[in-house]
Design a protein around this ligand. Sequence first.
Ligand SMILES: Nc1nc2c(c(=O)[nH]1)N[C@H]1C(S)=C(S)[C@@H](COP(=O)(O)O)O[C@H]1N2
Ligand SMILES: [Mo]
Length: 258
Amino acid sequence: MRTDPERRSFLRRAGALAGTLALGGCDRLSEAPWFRQVLDSAESATLRAQRFLLGSGPLAREYTEADLSPVFKANGSTSVDDFDYQTLAEKGFAGWRLQVDGLVERPQQLSLADLRTMPSRTQITRHDCVEGWSCIGKWTGVPLAHVLEQAGVQHQARYVVFHCADTLEPTLDGTGQYYESLGFEDAYHPQTILAYEMNGQPLPIPHGAPLRLRVERQLGYKMAKYVMRIELVENFAGIGRGRGGYWEDRGYEWYAGI
Ligand SMILES: Nc1nc2c(c(=O)[nH]1)N[C@H]1C(S)=C(S)[C@@H](COP(=O)(O)O)O[C@H]1N2
Ligand SMILES: [Mo]
C-alpha cells in the first residue's frame, strides 16, 4: 500500500474527522443534510472506483423488435403457490414491496411505483436456458446498480442475493425456495436490470411478476423471477444449502456464462 505524504495526511484528516464524529454526537450529526451529502459523495466515489476497477465488461448482444419471439416460453415456476403472494397478485401487486437489506447502509422497501420512478433501461435480448432453448424478449426495468447505490452497499459485501416467492421443492428446512446470487461485476453491469415489464406490458405472472432479474451474459436459471428481497452478503452461509442458488445447490455452476 502506498504511504506517500499526501496519502498519510489524507488518512490523518480522515482519522481526525472520524474522531470528531465519535466524540461529538454522531446521531444528531448523521441527520444533518450536509453530513448526508458528505456520506453520499464518499459512497458514489467508492462505487465509481469499483466500477473502474472491475470494468463493466462487454455488453450482451441486443436485438430489434423484428427479432422478438412470437411466443416466449415460460420455464421453471410459472406461478407461485403461496398465500401471501396470491393476496398481493389479486391487488395487482399494489401492496408488494421489494425489501433491500443485509450489508447496506439504508435498508429499502420499494413499491412498484417507486421502481417505476427510477431511471429505466429497455433491452431486447436472447434468453438461453440450460435445457437448450432460446427466446428473444424485450425487458424494461431499473438498473440493479441504481437500487444498490440508493441502499448504499457496505464495503464487506461480496454478493447480491435474490430471494424469490416460489418454492420448487418443499422441504422442512426451507431449502426448496428459489434464490439466486450475483457478484458485483454482474450486479453493476449496465444490462443487469430488475425488470417490471416484458414486451411492453407489465411482467406476466408466468415470467416472474411483479419483478424479475435480467442478467444478460448468463444462463436463464440466474434470472430470478418473483423477486421479493435483495440481500447483500459476505458469503452464502445459512442461505439455502450454501452454494449461491437453488440450482447451484443441486450441482449447477454458480457462474453460468454463455
Ligand atoms: N423464482 C424462479 N426464478 C426462475 C426459475 C424458477 O423456477 N423460479 N427458473 C429459472 C429458469 S431455469 C429459467 S430458464 C428462467 C425462465 O424464465 P421465463 O419463465 O421467463 O422463460 O427463469 C429462471 N428463474
Ligand atoms: Mo432454465
